[in-house]
Ligand binder design. Structure first.
Ligand code: NAD
Length: 231
């Protein structure tokens, strides 16, 4: 059993700069390893992972090498061990507490997502400013006024906030989350947020995805070139 210090320490990468595409692929490798484990498969290889993830085996080895040595040359990886290591690297070997700011269509849909509890992410608070929504319950959690955000973040040790307010309110919501001590923001509003260096922001934007998709449908031969440039 890992000690609290071990569980909460950030990873010590072998190189300082790790492409964000590598982190996205680690998430993909982890999903593949989880499926292999569910299927009772004990061993895998860079080639197998590469085929499932639709990247090259070289890419798999390069991604993993940022974080140390895994597996044995010629023997591949033990599924259980590599999965455990990826969970540790990604910080998924602990529970993360989250709040949602903005309980309109999107905020309610996220809060209502049935698979939420399958992951080690726990919703600790739902916030809005609309008096008609305050007090409404979703999955047994009452929507509270944003004035209570700071208190809840501190009392519930909240790590991350999801921003699902109208775009013109997104920076205010980010400022409130930062002031309360949140260190990570999943931003669904279509705007770039200004936050201090020690706060991570992950944008989520399906409209941007649609635009990229339109470009790639029109330019299918550019897909690999753009992906390779990103590694
Ligand atoms: P909505 O109007 O249904 O909900 C917005 C909610 O935010 C409302 O309940 C409103 O009362 C609340 N709100 C307003 N100001 C607030 C504040 N200062 N603090 C807390 N709550 C506040 O909007 P929606 O359709 O749910 O969209 C929400 C956001 O998500 C928008 O910015 C939209 O552009 C974005 N969006 C993103 C994606 C994506 O893929 N990333 C998809 C859909 C919508």
């Amino acid at each position: 059993m890992a000690t609290r210090k071990e569980r909460l320490s950030p990873i010590q990468p072998q190189k300082v700069s790790i492409p964000s595409a590598t982190i996205s692929r680690l998430v993909t490798y982890l999903r593949i390893l989880t499926t292999l484990e569910e299927q009772g498969i004990n061993r895998t290889s860079s080639e197998d992972l590469a085929e499932e993830a639709q990247v090259s085996a070289f890419q798999v080895r390069k991604d993993l090498a940022y974080f140390g040595r895994f597996g044995t040359r010629g023997m591949g990886y033990t599924v259980l061990t590599l999965r455990r290591e990826l969970r540790r690297i990604l910080g998924l070997n602990r529970r993360w507490n989250a709040v949602i700011v903005g309980m309109g269509r999107l905020g309610q849909a996220i809060a209502d997502f049935p698979g939420f509890s399958d992951y080690d992410f726990e919703l600790r608070g739902l916030f809005d400013v609309d008096p008609d929504k305050i007090g409404m319950q979703i999955k047994g959690i009452s929507i509270q006024h944003v004035d209570d955000l700071e208190r809840v973040v501190r009392e519930q040790n909240v790590d991350m906030g999801f921003i699902t307010v109208p775009v013109e309110k997104a920076q205010d919501a980010a400022n409130m989350l930062v002031a309360a001590g949140v260190k990570g923001i999943l931003n669904f509003a279509p705007t770039v947020l200004e936050v201090p260096d020690d706060v991570a922001v992950e944008p989520v934007d399906f409209l941007a995805g649609m635009k990229r998709l339109a470009f790639y449908i029109l330019n299918p031969n550019l897909k690999n070139a753009v992906e390779e440039a990103a590694v």
